[in-house]
Design a protein around this ligand. Structure first.
Ligand SMILES: C[S@@+](CC[C@H](N)C(=O)[O-])C[C@H]1O[C@@H](n2cnc3c(N)ncnc32)[C@H](O)[C@@H]1O
Length: 406
């Protein structure tokens, strides 16, 4: 059965047959227009499996999946060798852009953030993601954000092709610049600290975890130490957020067996986001910690460094279960002569420039070694979340493709 013939189903939107513009601005019509734009821009196409097609549509409010093997057309549009290999003529590309300008709140903006995140990541990524380039010029993508309606900018912290948190920009991004410092810790790489003179109250939302949205079974997931395995679904699909390539300051929140923040998915302003909330007051100078859960350390065969809390450790099982690998030298994320504190503004050196490799981290426990530079977060450990817990498929979920063929 051809797609989009299911007009009785409110959840399936029909692309407009006539692309001369929106007749009204109802949510249904808006989505139909966007779907048509996605079709034209190649983000979805009729050669996709029904499952992938629906998955792409379901990601619309959040961003786009970017698996090059699944969505080759997207990568044809955005890859460096666009000029030689893309089946799209320049004329077609500009038609798409004109279409977007006309029928969405398209806004071609100059990128505001430095490009070094992408350049740096090009070194350690072997797939096409690091080499993305749009036909309209480097660092752009051929579509607009469906949340804030601006042009996708891969280097933007606030809105890129994977996610958008522009609605939270004023509340959180500015707040973070003012309140959070990223500093090197003695034993866990970089960490996030409250700046001097700044503190938060219990239950304050201090940040949102974001990055690349990927399906739970996506191939690159197991190797990234920055994957947050969401206990959440888009439609029927479990998904993860990978901050390995793109992310904000929250990707530097380290683990502690007695965390002072919890992380959970919430819907704010109609957008599904992973929210970090203070479990108790966090005072100036204190490091911010979340509990990754035991499975994280098991997965990476890594030793948790919470040696100050052997009892909590034991309860968590990290110290007992992590294999005792020989000590290897950790690669610093930045040269040692560079300053230790990384400002959060866009002119700063990108702390993402060299994501730490879990394989190169020292894994030998260092029992009893106090951490003089880091104040003890202290306090009880109420209702620890397990942010990296694998999320099972929602019980009773059925495949949309199956539903359609039925
Ligand atoms: C999400 S990143 C946190 C930011 C990281 N420290 C950095 O410099 O980019 C997770 C990584 O931090 C390190 N880490 C965080 N908490 C740790 C802990 N309690 N024990 C050992 N390593 C930890 C591990 O290398 C882990 O893979």
């Amino acid at each position: 059965m051809p797609r989009n013939n299911n007009s009785d189903d409110d959840e399936v939107y029909q692309p407009p047959t006539n692309t001369s513009g929106p007749a009204d601005t109802s949510p249904r019509q808006t989505r139909a227009i966007r779907e048509a734009a996605m079709l034209r821009a190649g983000f979805i196409n009729n050669n996709m499996s029904e499952e992938d097609y629906q998955f792409m549509l379901s990601l619309m409010p959040l961003g786009f999946h970017s698996d090059p093997t699944k969505f080759p057309k997207l990568f044809q549009i955005t890859s460096q060798d666009y000029q030689s290999t893309s089946p799209l003529e320049d004329r077609e590309v500009y038609e798409i852009r004109d279409y977007l300008v006309k029928y969405t709140d398209f806004d071609l903006r100059v990128p505001t953030l430095a490009t070094r995140i992408r350049r740096a990541n090009a070194d350690y990524l072997s797939d096409g993601i690091s080499r993305l380039m749009s036909p309209f010029g480097e660092h752009y993508y051929a579509f607009t954000c469906l949340v804030c309606h601006s042009w996708y900018r891969p280097d933007s912290e606030e809105c890129n092709q994977y996610t958008c948190y522009v609605p939270f920009r004023d509340q959180l991004a500015e707040w973070a610049k003012d309140h959070i410092a990223i500093r090197m810790t003695p034993d866990r790489g970089y960490g996030a600290f409250m700046k001097p003179g700044r503190d938060v109250e219990q239950d304050d939302i201090i940040g949102i975890y974001y990055g690349m949205i990927c399906k739970h079974d996506s191939e690159h997931v197991p190797n990234s130490a920055y994957v947050y395995e969401m206990d959440d679904h888009i439609g029927e699909y479990p998904y993860n957020i990978d901050a390995g390539m793109y992310g904000n300051w929250t990707r530097f929140i380290n683990h502690h067996c007695r965390p002072n923040v919890a992380c959970s998915p919430e819907t704010i302003g109609g957008i599904r986001v992973l929210v970090f909330k203070a479990l108790r007051p966090i005072e100036e100078g204190h490091e911010i910690y979340v509990n990754y859960g035991r499975s994280y350390f098991d997965k990476f065969k890594m030793q948790c460094r919470c040696n100050l809390y052997p009892i909590a450790h034991k309860a968590e099982g990290h110290a007992d279960t992590a294999p005792n690998k020989p000590r290897t030298r950790a690669r610093p994320a930045l040269p040692l002569d560079q300053k230790r504190e990384l400002p959060l503004d866009s002119d700063s050196d990108s702390p993402l420039s060299s994501p730490p490799s879990t394989l190169e981290r020292p894994v030998t426990p260092d029992p009893g070694r106090p951490d003089p530079g880091r104040p003890d977060p202290g306090g009880p450990d109420p209702g620890r979340p397990d942010p990296f817990r694998p999320s099972p498929l929602r019980p009773g979920a059925t495949s949309r493709s199956k539903k359609q063929t039925d």
